[in-house]
Design a protein around this ligand. Structure first.
Ligand SMILES: Cc1cc2nc3c(=O)[nH]c(=O)nc-3n(C[C@H](O)[C@H](O)[C@H](O)COP(=O)(O)O)c2cc1C
Length: 355
């Protein structure tokens, strides 16, 4: 039975979550997970106890970051920030959904909201990736970077802003954003190119030219930065291959996948997220897509002789899912939906690593 409020309370606005969260078992850190021995895995130069963590999204403040580290998640990602303020989509922002089997983006799916979170867990979210100003996020980014104990790491995430900007300015926005992030001392960064609200008509990662320009511009400005880009699910494998060929030599990692877009409705057919018919779906129904992307990225990496790390996510709900991703070739595995509703997931994964 899944406890309905864990980490994030979907009955509250995102802003209230930030102010009063984390919730559920994550709010109780009286018995933090204790790692022992020496960290055996590598996360972009940081030794970590497990190649497992929480991907961008549900950890928007240092309190959330600390709570996730205390539960034994060894790689935790601070929610994506931008070069300037960006509005939050109105409440609601997170809902359980009911999906039978795999969610296939090619079918332009319409799915129905569920009464509660239950297994197999499926979640829809529509935040719009809001941001406060750099003057506001830099202090809590700095504090979050200081939170990990030995064998743990914090990843920071950046979201470029395309709205109202030409392509040149969109590229520059990434260069500026990474400079602002580096002022906090961060040197491992994920650039999200798979947000449905950016990249004008298509996701930025589906525009190979703009992706290549962003990657090269950020690399030129930051020869020593460890950085990866985050991709959506690519149905077109030739397009993915061409992208990997062009950006692979300049990157330290590629992460995938982001949520899969779907139309989300209430039982009566009305919009679940008023004014936003589409939302991003995560959890068990997208695991097939994350695994497929993992295999393709590993295959293309090998074919081109590159050495970027493959950081995989999508539907990791238990240790078996984690191991399936590792067997598919993932260097690092992340979870969001599974981790949000299952605080014991890190401990479960680590127990499986010791077997
Ligand atoms: C509540 C929620 C918030 C998210 N916010 C972000 C975000 O700010 N930036 C981002 O790159 N991805 C975001 N994501 C996508 C996740 O990082 C991840 O790619 C996706 O949920 C698939 O993993 P999962 O099936 O384990 O949830 C979010 C996902 C959820 C469920």
């Amino acid at each position: 039975m899944i406890k309905q409020v864990q980490l994030y309370n979907d009955q509250l606005d995102f802003e209230d979550n930030k102010k009063t969260g984390p919730f559920g078992d994550f709010a109780n850190n009286s018995q933090p997970y204790v790692n022992s021995g020496e960290p055996q895995y590598d996360f972009f130069g940081v030794p970590v106890y497990s190649p497992f963590g929480i991907a961008a999204g549900p950890l928007p403040t240092t309190q959330f970051i600390q709570a996730a580290l205390d539960k034994g998640f060894d790689i935790v990602t601070l929610k994506s920030v931008r070069t300037d303020t960006f509005p939050l989509n109105p409440f609601p922002q997170v809902r359980p959904v009911s999906v039978t089997g795999d969610l296939k983006p090619s079918t332009n799916p319409t799915i129905t909201v569920a009464k509660q979170y239950s297994e197999p867990l499926a979640v829809a979210n529509s935040f719009g990736i809001p941001s406060v100003t750099p003057a506001e996020w830099q202090p809590f980014m700095k504090a979050s970077l200081a939170a990990p104990k030995k064998g743990q790491a914090v990843l920071v995430a950046f979201q470029g802003t395309a709205h109202g900007k030409g392509k040149e300015d969109f590229v520059q926005d990434h260069v500026d954003g990474i400079r602002l992030i580096r002022q906090t001392g961060a040197n491992i960064v994920e650039i999200n190119l798979s947000c449905p609200n950016e990249g004008e008509s298509v996701l930025a990662c589906f525009d190979t030219d703009i992706t290549e320009r962003i990657v090269k511009a950020v690399r030129q400005d930051n020869p020593d930065l460890k950085f990866m880009i985050k991709l959506a699910y690519f149905a077109d494998k030739d397009q993915l291959k061409d992208l990997v060929k062009r950006v692979g030599p300049h990157l330290d990692g590629i992460s995938a996948i982001n949520t899969v877009p779907a139309t989300v409705v209430n039982d009566d057919g009305s919009e679940t997220f008023p004014g936003r018919p589409m939302a991003g779906v995560s959890g068990a129904p997208i695991k097939w897509a994350g695994l497929e992307m993992t295999r393709s990225l590993c295959e293309f990496r090998k074919e081109f002789g590159y050495d970027f790390k493959v950081v995989s996510m999508g539907g990791v709900m238990n240790a078996a899912d984690f191991n399936e991703y590792r067997e598919a070739g993932a260097d690092i595995v992340m979870s969001v939906s599974g981790a949000m509703w299952k605080p014991e997931l890190a401990a479960e994964v680590k127990a499986s690593l010791q077997n």
